[in-house]
Design a protein around this ligand. Structure first.
Ligand SMILES: [Zn+2]
Length: 238
């Protein structure tokens, strides 16, 4: 049986991306989806949703890009209630004290109130934010907030530029270096540092390859990304 979140009245692959014939086809499409969920998906998994009605005990904080092509529950095959999710442009975690805002609050709440046991920072292929940074293009003046936000990845850009890579390798290097940087930022958060010291928390960096449906995992000791099979073996040896 497919996980709850994958079930739809219409198989995902056959589902039209949008309904035509209205002034507002996107909104109607969403409303139709919400109705389909209530009528067809919810009843099949009612015990699960009832068990979640008044409490959540997610095991993982999953921090990823806002990019529409990433579906955290789908790529991890988890059910509602398992992942506490934080999304933003570029899967960024500002270092503690730099920008106390949404991400810092999510991290603190997930660790101290929800007692998550893992934090995954997941970047992805073809990331617009990383492509923008890698190209060195000046983010348009009409997007001052995006420009300010991406300063939290500036150190990753400096590292990649210093390596003087061939052009076709720069974006992937930027995506990977950003994961490494954001893991470093994550550890500056007091809640994270405390739980790491007690060995009650693990942090991991991933890159999701959209076109191949594959996740690679950052091995901090080796300083390199590895396959899921390699990561599993490494974790099992611990
Ligand atoms: Zn992205």
């Amino acid at each position: 049986m497919p996980p709850t979140h994958l079930k739809t009245k219409v198989p995902m692959s056959d589902k039209p991306m949008m309904r035509e014939g209205s002034d507002n086809p996107d909104l109607l499409y969403l409303l139709q989806g919400a109705e389909d969920f209530s009528e067809h998906v919810f009843p099949d998994s009612e015990p699960l949703f009832k068990s979640l009605a008044h409490r959540q005990t997610p095991h993982t904080l999953f921090i990823t890009c806002a990019d529409s092509r990433i579906s955290p529950e789908m790529i991890t095959q988890t059910r509602p209630g398992e992942l506490f999710v934080c999304r933003n442009i570029g899967n960024i975690v500002p270092a503690y004290g730099e920008m106390l805002g949404g991400v810092s609050a999510v991290v603190e709440f997930a660790v101290l109130a929800l007692n998550v046991r893992q934090i995954v920072i997941c970047g992805h292929s073809d990331c617009g934010a990383m492509k923008g940074l890698a190209s060195g293009a000046t983010i348009a003046d009409e997007m001052p907030t995006v420009r300010a936000w991406l300063r939290n990845a500036e150190a990753a850009r400096s590292v990649v530029l210093a390596r003087k890579l061939e052009e076709q390798r720069v974006v992937q290097a930027m995506i990977e270096e950003n994961i490494r940087l954001q893991l470093t930022h994550l550890r500056t958060h007091p809640a994270v540092a405390g739980r790491l010291a007690l060995k009650q928390l693990q942090v991991q960096g991933w890159v999701y390859d959209i076109g191949h449906g594959k996740v690679s995992v950052f091995d901090e000791n080796a300083g390199a990304f590895e396959s899921i099979a390699e990561a599993r073996e490494r974790l099992q040896q611990k």
